[in-house]
Design a protein around this ligand. Structure first.
Ligand code: HEM
Ligand code: HEM
Length: 140
C-alpha cells in the first residue's frame, strides 16, 4: 500500500519509453522516405503503428489511474495541480496524433497529415516531459 503512489509514475515512465521507441521508428521512416530508399509501403509502418498504439493506450490508462489514486485512495483533491493541466494537454495532443496516425496507417490521409502527426506526437512528448517533472511535486 505504501508503494501505491509510485505505481502511476512508474507506469507513465514505461509509457514514455514506448513513445521514445515509436519516435525512433518514425524518424527512421522519415529518413528512408526522404532518401527514397523504399518503393511503396515502408516495412516499419506496422511495428511503428503498434508501438505507437501501445504507448497511447498505456498513457491513457495511466491518465485515468492518476486521479483515481490521488482522489480515491489518497483522499486529495484532483485536477487542481499543474501536473494535471500539462498531463491533460499531453493527452489531447496524443489523441490528435493517434487519430492522424490511424488515418495514415489505414491509408486514408490527406497530404499534410504525416507532418501533422509527427508534429502532434513530438509536441505531446515534450509536454509529457514537463508534466513528468511537475508530477514529482505530487509524490508523498
Ligand atoms: C497511435 C499511434 C501511432 C500510429 C497509428 C502511427 C502511425 C504512423 C504512420 C502510418 C506513419 C506514416 C508512415 C509512412 O507511410 O511514411 C507515421 C509516421 C511517423 N510517426 Fe507515427 N504513429 C503513431 C504514434 C507515433 C508516436 C508516439 C510518435 C512519436 C513520439 C510518432 C512519430 C512519427 C514520426 C516522426 C513519423 C514520420 C513522419 C515523416 O515521415 O515525416 N508516431 N506514424
Ligand atoms: C513520468 C512521470 C510522472 C510522475 C512522476 C507522475 C506523478 C504523479 C503523482 C505522484 C500523482 C498523484 C497520484 C499518485 O500518487 O499515483 C499523479 C497524478 C496524476 N498524473 Fe502523473 N506522473 C507522471 C506522468 C504522468 C503523465 C505522462 C500523465 C498523463 C499524460 C499523468 C497524468 C496524471 C493525472 C491526470 C493525475 C491526477 C492529477 C490531479 O488530479 O491533480 N502523469 N502523477
Amino acid at each position: 500500500m505504501a508503494l501505491l503512489p509510485y505505481v502511476h509514475p512508474a507506469w507513465q515512465i514505461a509509457a514514455l519509453v514506448l513513445a521514445l521507441w515509436a519516435l525512433r521508428q518514425g524518424l527512421r521512416m522519415r529518413t528512408l522516405r526522404l532518401r527514397k530508399l523504399h518503393d511503396r509501403r515502408l516495412p516499419l509502418v506496422d511495428p511503428h503503428a503498434l508501438t505507437g498504439l501501445a504507448f497511447a493506450g498505456a498513457l491513457a490508462l495511466g491518465y485515468v489511474a492518476g486521479p483515481t489514486i490521488l482522489g480515491g485512495v489518497r483522499g486529495e483533491p484532483v485536477f487542481r495541480s499543474p501536473h494535471a493541466f500539462f498531463a491533460t494537454l499531453a493527452m489531447l495532443l496524443v489523441g490528435a496524433g493517434a487519430a492522424l496516425g490511424w488515418g495514415l496507417w489505414r491509408g486514408r490521409a490527406r497530404r499534410t497529415d504525416r507532418a501533422l502527426h509527427a508534429y502532434c506526437m513530438g509536441l505531446a512528448l515534450f509536454v509529457s516531459l514537463i508534466a513528468a517533472t511537475l508530477g514529482l511535486g505530487l509524490l508523498p
